[in-house]
Ligand binder design. Structure first.
Ligand code: F6P
Length: 320
C-alpha cells in the first residue's frame, strides 16, 4: 500500500488525536503516506484532506478533541453519498481508510466495507456503549472530568446541607453515571437501563436524612428525564434543599488521560498494521488489556453494549 487515510466522525472525544498521530507515524515507519480528511465523512465527500506526515502530527497528543475536526454527515447516510465517498477515495488514490468514532461512524465504516473498500474502525465515544470492546476512546478522560467536577460539588453540598443532582452524558447509556457514582461515593446513580423508583429513592434519602446525613449526591444520566423535576420531588418529599448541575460538553473535552493517550496510540498503530497485513472490515477493541479485532458486521449488529448489572448493583450497595 502507498496511501492510507484517516478521519474522525460523530461526537469528538479526548484520545482521538493520539490515535491519528499513532496511525500517521506507523504509516510513515512503513513508507506509506497517510492523509486525514477534515470534518469526518463531510470532508471525504468534498475531497478535503491534508497530508499527515510525521511533523503534521507533532504537538497534538496532549490536546483534547480532534484536530481533524468532526461532524455528523447527513449526506453520507444516503446510498448516493456513500457511493460518492467510494469514488472520492479511489480518486484520492487511498487504499485503506481508518474511521474513528461511535456507533453511527462504525455503521458508516460497515457501509464502505460492504462496497468493497478496506476499512478499519476505532471505537471512540464517551458513552462506552460500543460492543466488543471494554473501553472506547474518551471514556476514561470523561470520567476523570466528571469526578473532578463532582468532588468540587460535594464540597459545597456539605457546606450547605444540600442534595445535588448532577446530570452526566449518556442519552441511552448509564455507564458514565454508574461508574462516576461509584468513584465519587454518590448515594444514587439514575440510569436509563434501570427504571427509576422515585418513591423508593426518596424513602431511602429520608432515612439517611433522619440518621443525620444532611447532604446527598445523585448522579443522573442525561437520557433518564428531567433533573429539575427529580430535584423538586426530593425537596418536597424530604425537605432537603436541592440544586441541579448539568455537566454537559465539559465532560467531552480536556487533555486526554494517560489511559486515553495509550489506548489511542495502541488503536492507531494496530489499525495501520491490520490494513498493511491485508485485514479489513474490523473494529479494533480492548479485552482484558489486550487488543482485539471484531468484524464490523458483528459490532454494528451487536446493538448497544449492555450495561453491566454488577456495575449498577455496586453503585447501589456502595451508595447506602
Ligand atoms: O455520543 C456521545 C455524546 O457525548 C452523548 O453522550 C451525548 O448525548 C451526545 O454525544 C451529544 O451530542 P452533541 O455533541 O452532538 O450535542
Amino acid at each position: 500500500m502507498k496511501r492510507l487515510a484517516i478521519l474522525t466522525s460523530g461526537g469528538d472525544c479526548s484520545g482521538m488525536n493520539a490515535a491519528i498521530r499513532a496511525a500517521a507515524r506507523t504509516a510513515a515507519a512503513n513508507d506509506v503516506e497517510m492523509i486525514g480528511y477534515r470534518k469526518g465523512f463531510a470532508g471525504l465527500l468534498k475531497n478535503d484532506f491534508l497530508v499527515l506526515d510525521t511533523r503534521a502530527v507533532s504537538g497534538v497528543l496532549q490536546r483534547g478533541g480532534t484536530f481533524l475536526q468532526s461532524a455528523r454527515s447527513q449526506e453520507f447516510r444516503t446510498e448516493e453519498g456513500r457511493k460518492r465517498a467510494l469514488d472520492n477515495l479511489l480518486h484520492d488514490k487511498v487504499e485503506g481508510l481508518i474511521i474513528i468514532g461511535g456507533d453511527g461512524s462504525l455503521n458508516g465504516a460497515l457501509a464502505l466495507d460492504r462496497l468493497g473498500f478496506p476499512v478499519i474502525g476505532i471505537p471512540a465515544s464517551i458513552d462506552n456503549d460500543i460492543p466488543y470492546t471494554d473501553m472506547a476512546l474518551g471514556v476514561d478522560t470523561a470520567l476523570n472530568n466528571i469526578i473532578y467536577a463532582v468532588d468540587c460539588i460535594k464540597d459545597t453540598a456539605s457546606s450547605h446541607d444540600r442534595a445535588f443532582i448532577v446530570e452526566v452524558m449518556g442519552r441511552n447509556s448509564g455507564y458514565l453515571a454508574s461508574t462516576s457514582a461509584i468513584a465519587t461515593g454518590a448515594e444514587f446513580a439514575i440510569v436509563p437501563e434501570v427504571e427509576l423508583d422515585l418513591t423508593e429513592m426518596c424513602h431511602q434519602l429520608r432515612r439517611r436524612y433522619e440518621e443525620g446525613r444532611t447532604n446527598a449526591l445523585i448522579i443522573m444520566a442525561e437520557g433518564v428525564g428531567h433533573a429539575q423535576a427529580i430535584a423538586d420531588s426530593i425537596k418536597d418529599a424530604i425537605g432537603f434543599e436541592t440544586r441541579v448541575t448539568v455537566l454537559g460538553h465539559y465532560q467531552r473535552g480536556g487533555a486526554p488521560s494517560v489511559f486515553d493517550r495509550l489506548l489511542g496510540s495502541r488503536y492507531g498503530r494496530r489499525a495501520v498494521d491490520l490494513l498493511l497485513s491485508g485485514t479489513k472490515g474490523v473494529m479494533v477493541g480492548l479485552a482484558a488489556s489486550s487488543l482485539t479485532s471484531t468484524l464490523l458486521e458483528m459490532v454494528v449488529n451487536g446493538g448497544q453494549k449492555k450495561l453491566s448489572e454488577d456495575l449498577t448493583r455496586m453503585a447501589d450497595i456502595l451508595g447506602i
